[in-house]
Design a protein around this ligand. Structure first.
Ligand code: DON
Length: 312
């Protein structure tokens, strides 16, 4: 099913339809994340893909209106919100290099003195959320307000079941936070930080919502209402970190296959940016062993191949 929300141009709709058709014949779809039990129940055959144009036109195919757990995709938005507030001081607390390790790895933190490699592995995202929490008093609430405004969807919300499931299985994130606190790189009480982080990850949103919410990165830092969130240079920086770190220890392969800044989440979503042109969000819950959606990466690969739109 294809639904358009506006009557203006839907340039890439025929491409999306072709991709959905191709994906429907793809047998291997990976497995939904099961380390958070609330995510394990999703059907790996679900598939949706949306494109948002810089003027707010959004359209899509398949399950593009179906909410799913945004998870690590939210790390892009907390990074942007914190960077907008504190600027380059953030980089004294978190690096900008690919980690080459799984998203929840502890191993580099000790020999790198509690400074995580980048803002998209869990350790780095915890630092960003901690700093946003210090500045706003409610990092997750700030994020939710931003996503509602950018997507134009006031119904977006936290998924309390997913957040509770994460809390119940949160030993590794707690370990990361405590370890960084021992180096003085966390300001807030750990239970407060973890509550903010788990609620952040639990936000349920659709491909349409997330493609629209990512629009400021295609508009070089400009929000949906025309105000500026990031400088042009900061928008470039966030896009660059998405390209090099957004899909963890598969970022090299993602750049090779897709050639766009992208960010995945274990809910099976991936956002991607064609700077100056459009944003995309694709969702299919089956993951590969690195935590990236199998059909999602395949669909983005086909999109840049069929359109010629990559940054390379
Ligand atoms: O920290 C966690 O374990 C999750 N809430 C987020 C993980 C995630 O989405 C990593 N992505 N691929």
């Amino acid at each position: 099913m294809v639904i358009m929300t506006t009557t203006s141009s839907a340039t890439f709709l025929p491409v999306l339809e072709r991709i959905a058709e191709e994906i429907s014949h793809t047998p291997g779809r990976g497995r939904p994340a099961d380390y958070i039990p609330a995510l394990a129940a999703r059907d790996p055959r679900s598939f949706g893909m949306a494109v948002a144009e810089p003027d707010g036109t959004v359209y899509g195919v398949g399950d593009w209106r179906e909410p799913f757990s945004a998870q690590s995709i939210t790390k892009v938005f907390t990074l942007a919100l914190d960077l907008a507030r504190e600027g380059d001081e953030l980089w004294e607390h978190v690096g900008r290099e690919p980690s080459g390790n799984p998203f929840n790895s502890l191993v580099q933190l000790e020999y790198e003195n509690g400074i995580p490699r980048n803002p998209f592995i869990n350790a780095g995202a915890l630092v960003v959320t901690d700093r946003l929490q210090t500045r706003t008093g409610d990092a997750a609430g700030e994020l939710l307000d931003f996503l509602r405004a950018e997507s134009g969807n006031p119904a977006l919300d936290f998924d309390t079941e997913v957040a509770a499931s994460e809390t119940a299985h949160g030993d590794r994130n707690a370990a990361l936070a405590h370890f960084m606190a021992s180096y003085g790189n966390i300001d807030n009480d750990i239970p407060v930080l973890l509550d903010q982080y788990f609620r952040q990850c639990s936000i349920a949103a659709s491909c349409a919502d997330l493609a629209l919410a990512t629009g400021f990165l295609a508009r070089h830092g400009i929000r949906a209402d025309g105000s500026r969130l990031l400088s042009r240079s900061q928008a470039k920086q966030v896009n660059a970190i998405m390209l090099t770190c957004g899909t963890y220890d598969a970022a090299g392969n993602f750049a090779y296959r897709v050639g766009l800044p992208g960010k995945s989440g274990v809910g099976g979503g991936i956002i991607a940016v064609v700077p100056g042109r459009c944003t995309l969000c694709v969702w299919s819950p089956g993951l590969d062993e690195r935590g990236n959606s199998v059909a999602g990466v395949a669909a983005l690969d086909r999109f840049t191949t069929l359109t010629g739109l990559s940054i390379f």
